[in-house]
Design a protein around this ligand. Structure first.
Ligand SMILES: Cc1cc2nc3c(=O)[nH]c(=O)nc-3n(C[C@H](O)[C@H](O)[C@H](O)COP(=O)(O)OP(=O)(O)OC[C@H]3O[C@@H](n4cnc5c(N)ncnc54)[C@H](O)[C@@H]3O)c2cc1C
Length: 419
């Protein structure tokens, strides 16, 4: 049976859902707010796990192409001390394929393949239960109806309010992201420091992490605990007043910012907004650089050099949904990926969303009547909630250890995961 299906959002979760339907010759309407695939930078590298994202690509018939594109050497991980001493240096075996890295842009293009996407179609609202099905309202004022609308529209989902009143809350941890280009030729010392994959340095309530993408591009993340409005008075909020390095504890920041939405999602925005607040101007590259260098003052110069070359900084406060986020099933509407279970970025979100997309698509294809479709979606939700809740608790606990008052916790976490 051919159901009228729409997926809102062309990220990893939505595109995997659509691609598996496409593989089974089931029509699907892909509604994406961005005006074109390259409307904004796609973001950093993703590692796809063999039991999650890779399984989803297998269901989409794309696993071999993924292996041809991905970077198994990117599984390498180094941890350095704040004085530059190498504490850990894990390198993958030549045949290791548990979590190869792939650029987000490459993954998007792989998933898109021959599919048509309706670009520039921002959804504003979804209304279930109308006489002709589920009504979708668009930013341009148009409306359409479908039998099933799948919200794969990320952290600040416009589909989610049809099912749940939950909104993301701030974790107390902020990333400030910058990047380096042609690292092997322009910054060979940093290239050696980073190695073939990722490197991280953990201090008190702060960390510096660098991750290779393809083509010598490196993303650098300064991570720290701070109130959401830290930039209005960095000296006070980040403890920069004459105190430096390991002594400049930022506090847990746990009690601030909850429920405050900036409209940013956790990874997809591509530019730093100029702040109108007094204090640090988030649009002033050199001011942000100075503030970060002060935050990491006392760390080894080769490590701090990671912050010295970027030409832009993006502000990414980390938000999450409650780990136990569920909703009362509503026929005709469901959620996938970050829209359903936004969690800290510890290498899980895209993987889960892709597997959910593939599984839901297979259930939709197997459903031979509207009643079957509804049962299949409900069963899918039950399975997604249980799995995502476990992962959300794990990643939240992981974030607490990675950006923690005790840097040894971060290394212990890696020792557990790597083993
Ligand atoms: C720094 C960082 C590193 C990460 N690393 C990893 C990793 O290695 N592995 C991993 O598995 N996960 C990782 N994640 C998490 C991962 O990025 C997300 O979980 C993943 O992108 C979620 O995919 P999604 O398709 O659900 O949502 P998104 O990727 O957010 O895609 C949502 C899509 O919906 C569109 N959209 C939004 N609103 C609307 C609307 N109203 N109408 C129409 N379209 C709309 C958006 O334009 C976007 O294209 C990382 C996250 C961060 C921040």
């Amino acid at each position: 049976m051919r159901h009228r299906i729409a997926v809102v959002g062309g990220g990893p979760a939505g595109l995997t859902f659509a691609r598996v339907l496409h593989r089974h010759d089931h029509p699907v309407t892909i509604l994406e707010r961005d005006s074109a695939p390259d409307a904004r930078p796609p973001g950093g590298t993703l590692d796809l796990h063999d039991q999650l994202g890779q399984l989803a690509l297998d269901k989409a018939g794309l696993l071999a192409e993924y292996h041809a594109l991905s970077r198994p050497e990117g599984q390498a991980m180094r941890i350095l001390d704040t004085d530059g001493t190498v504490l850990r240096d894990w390198r993958p075996r030549p045949d290791e394929r548990a979590n190869p890295e792939i650029d987000r842009g490459q993954l998007r293009d792989l998933l898109l393949g021959p599919m048509d996407v309706q670009w520039g179609r921002g959804v504003t609202e979804v209304v279930p239960g109308t006489r002709d099905g589920v009504l979708v309202r668009f930013a341009d004022g148009r409306e359409e109806t479908f039998d099933l609308v799948v919200g794969a529209d990320g952290a600040w989902s416009r589909v989610r309010p049809a099912l749940s009143s939950a909104t993301p809350h701030y974790t107390g941890v902020t990333y400030v992201e910058t990047s380096l280009d042609d690292v092997d030729t322009r910054h060979p010392d940093l290239a050696r420091l980073i190695g073939d994959g990722s490197m991280a340095v953990y201090g008190v309530n702060r960390a510096l992490v660098a991750q290779r993408n393809s083509g010598g591009h490196v993303k650098v993340y300064a991570q720290f605990r701070a109130p959401l409005d830290w930039h209005t008075n960095p000296d006070r909020h980040l403890g920069l007043n004459g105190r430096a390095g390991q002594d400049a504890g930022t506090g847990t920041g746990r009690d601030v910012g909850t429920g405050v939405g900036t409209g940013r999602d956790t990874g997809m925005d591509d530019s730093m907004d100029a702040s109108t607040d007094a204090g640090l101007d988030l649009g002033d590259v050199e001011a942000v650089r100075s503030s970060l260098l002060a935050l990491f003052d006392g760390w080894a110069a080769p490590v701090l050099d990671l912050l010295c070359h970027g030409t832009a900084f993006a502000h990414r406060p980390l938000y999450v949904l409650p780990a136990s986020h569920t909703w009362t099933h509503v026929p005709g509407v469901t959620l996938l990926g970050d829209a359903a279970h936004l969690m800290p970025p510890l290498g899980v979100g895209a993987n889960l969303g892709m597997l959910e997309g593939a599984e839901l698509a297979e259930s939709v294809v197997a459903a031979s009547s509207p009643g079957d479709l509804d049962k299949a979606v409900h069963a899918f939700e039950e399975q997604m909630w249980a799995r995502a809740s476990n992962r959300a608790k794990f990643t939240m606990a992981g974030l607490d250890r990675l950006v923690s008052p005790d840097p040894a916790q971060a290394i212990a976490l890696f020792d557990e995961v790597q083993s």
